[in-house]
Design a protein around this ligand. Structure first.
Ligand code: ZN
Length: 342
């Protein structure tokens, strides 16, 4: 019965995500005309952007990268385009508001107000807090394993998932770092780094969910589970970076990976006698609810707080509970193993 609800949930989710893909803002001819004029003249009305003054020779877009203008010119171009888009968007949004219309998306994003040049300050702040929370969680896990719990004679931890969680910690730190960078400055490179890191983390945590919930301790069995998933995730990352950054397809891949691991943890929490299974329940239920924020996408309140930022905020306390579960798991399995060896 529960599985049926999940299938319905996934279907509804994928439909909604498909609908949300189009942006009305940048389809508006007045917005387009504004950006075009701005990129040509370097000005919108009285406001001018020095980075839009290109050398008279122009920039060759064709040919390999070493034949093109120096990299700083590319940066200048990016700055020019980004500023033109931003101020044209603000102007259009003011006009829309005056005529009683609500905000619309531009290039897949809501109209955010910048703070010190940071595009989405709240998402950056929450990403940084997630990063800090993962660092704290990983550090306390490390201290517990190597300084508080008894070690084997070869100074290794008894907990058999230790190195798997260390890699998880590193991938999480990496992913939140690029999330903070991407939300402060959205260009092609930062976007690809953010998406790739997130996919790597989600794929890896799915592998971890399978290994832990099925209690796979045998080295060969672990490789059998990991290899095909790792191959798929690597191919998907290469596809996004070097073929096409297909948002719709990527969202489907991510949703399937997230739902699969949430289901695995939920089912496992239901059958296991793990002393900290309630922490799993909290993370799974709250994590699934938080995912709804990605669906019921609302425009930023006061130009700052949107659904995506709120979603990043909810994962901060969940990260704390999650690492606390990992520490409990290390203690629980280590003491089980020690009891057996005695
Ligand atoms: Zn984000």
């Amino acid at each position: 019965m529960i599985t049926r609800y999940w299938i319905a949930f996934i279907v509804v989710l994928s439909c909604l995500l498909g609908v949300l893909d189009a942006s009305a803002g940048d389809a508006d001819p007045r917005y387009r005309a504004c950006v075009k004029k701005c990129e040509e003249t370097g000005c919108i009305g009285q406001r001018c952007f020095p980075q839009c003054k290109f050398s008279s020779e122009g920039v060759s877009i064709e040919g390999p990268w070493y034949m093109q203008e120096p990299l700083y010119m590319r940066w200048k171009q990016w700055d020019c385009q980004s500023d033109c888009r931003y101020y044209c968007m603000l102007d259009r949004e003011k006009e829309r508001e005056a005529s009683g219309n609500g905000p619309v998306k531009y290039h897949g994003k809501w109209p955010f107000k910048r703070v010190y040049g940071i595009q989405e300050p709240l998402s950056v702040a929450f990403s940084a807090l997630n990063l800090a929370m993962h660092f704290h969680g990983w550090l306390s896990f490390f201290i517990l394993l190597y300084y508080k719990l008894p070690l084997k004679q070869d100074k290794k931890a008894y907990y058999e998932y230790a190195s798997l969680w260390h890699i998880y910690g590193l991938l999480s730190l990496n992913s939140w770092f690029w999330s903070a960078v991407f939300h402060s400055r959205d260009v092609d490179l930062t976007e690809k780094l953010d998406y790739s890191s997130a996919v790597a983390l989600l794929g890896y945590s799915l592998i971890l969910a399978i290994l832990r919930s099925f209690n796979v301790r045998n080295e060969a069995a672990r490789v059998m589970v990991t290899a095909p998933l790792l191959a798929f995730v690597t191919t998907h990352i290469l596809y996004l970076n070097f073929y096409t950054l297909d948002y719709g397809w990527n969202m489907k891949v991510c949703v399937v990976m997230v739902v699969a691991q949430l289901l695995l943890w939920a089912i496992w929490a239901g059958v296991t006698h793990h002393p900290s299974r309630w922490k799993l329940w909290v993370v799974v239920v709250a994590g699934a609810l938080a995912m709804l924020l990605e669906i019921y996408d609302f425009p930023p309140y006061q130009g700052f707080l949107d659904a995506h930022a709120l979603w990043h905020a909810t994962t901060i306390p969940l990260t704390y509970i999650w690492w606390s579960f990992i520490r409990d798991d290390a203690e629980f399995l280590s003491s089980n193993l020690l009891k057996k060896t005695k």
